[in-house]
Write a protein that binds this ligand. Sequence first.
Ligand SMILES: [Zn+2]
Ligand SMILES: [Zn+2]
Length: 299
Amino acid sequence: MLPYATVNEAETAIGRSLTAAETLWFNYTANISDYILYCHNILFLFLIFTIVPLFYVFIELILRDYVAAYKIQPKVKFSLYHHFKCYSRVMRMFILVVGPLQLVSYPSIQMIGVRTSLPLPSLMEIISQLIVYFLIEDYTNYWIHRLFHSKWGYEKIHKVHHEYTAPIGFAAPYAHWIEVLILGIPSFLGPAIVPGHMITFWLWIALRQIEAIETHSGYDFPWTLTKYIPFYGGADYHDYHHYVGGQSQSNFASVFTYCDYIYGTDKGYRYQKRLLQQLRDGSRGDGGSYAAGPDIKLE
Ligand SMILES: [Zn+2]
Ligand SMILES: [Zn+2]
């Protein structure tokens, strides 16, 4: 909650007029506690987990023929029921783990110093902090994910996330509850090291989840803006990790490709890509997917 009773008081305190965005923030947060502002994340996550994957369900079920060329595992077909089943599993996890975690983790946000005050951060500050958060999360997530692929970690925890050998958007947050809790740590690490404004924190949580849904979508569209981000992994990159499953010692990184390159865990993927290119050059015409084989229909 802001420590100013009026806009004038706020303007005197920061020594200038409020921008339109700051006036909006002042009016919106005037009577809302910082705890409730933090808990907005529950609503944002619910909306993201529900709405963003629907885009991919729509193209999977309605535009299937038009987007077939971009489906990464074209032999695997999902029914509406299959998508809904995955969504209901995610929502159960959301109600039992993600939501309660948000409700009780507010003290950590207070401790690291995420602020709700004025002035609002500049666009440059928001973007630079988001880049730092993504880099820190990507690096720590890489190592935790690698540990999950140890025999014990995979069998006891991580194999739940790998139930989807051909991932779908709804399956992005689908994992064992212990994995959900542990992977919350890399997400908090960036804001803990470089604390920013609550708006930056909201954006960070939202963008990271949208990114995860895109990489689990099962579609690799050439026109996505993320193609312009240097070292960005994307859907094809993470899809391969699911395709090879428990045996996988490849493509551990959640966002970028540099960790797998540095630590040599992208060799299988690179080899497959080279092989497919050779097959295409030799006009075998298998659609360019590493997932050649019989059609699989999932009801
Ligand atoms: Zn994995
Ligand atoms: Zn995954």
